[in-house]
Design a protein around this ligand. Structure first.
Ligand SMILES: [Zn+2]
Length: 97
């Protein structure tokens, strides 16, 4: 087996591992790149088809729509957004009172 091919297969196996551990496809790509593997969308989607992906930790199926406690917990951007919006709503409520 060529070195290049071996590396590609390694990254594919690692992609499946990451997806099965609960990583999103984006997070899996990020991890793969930080570990020195190549990662592209086609490869991740092929791994996604093969992987036995667990349900979201909030209890809904993997890849469900919308936000949930688990997604907010894992996303500083979502947390910042919620903080901003609740602050705005509080200010509005105070202005009315
Ligand atoms: Zn969820």
């Amino acid at each position: 087996m060529s070195k290049k091919k071996a590396k590609r297969e390694g990254s594919f196996k690692r992609a499946i591992e990451l997806l099965e551990s609960g990583c999103s496809t984006r997070a899996a790509m990020r991890h793969l790149r930080s570990e020195g593997y190549g990662a592209d969308t086609n490869m991740i989607m092929a791994a996604y088809e093969l992987a036995d992906i667990p349900d979201c930790k909030c209890g809904r199926p993997n890849g469900h729509k919308g936000w949930c406690s688990e997604r907010v917990k894992n996303s500083p951007k979502r947390q910042a957004y919620l903080k901003r919006v609740t602050k705005h709503i509080r200010q509005q409520a105070n202005a009315v009172a």
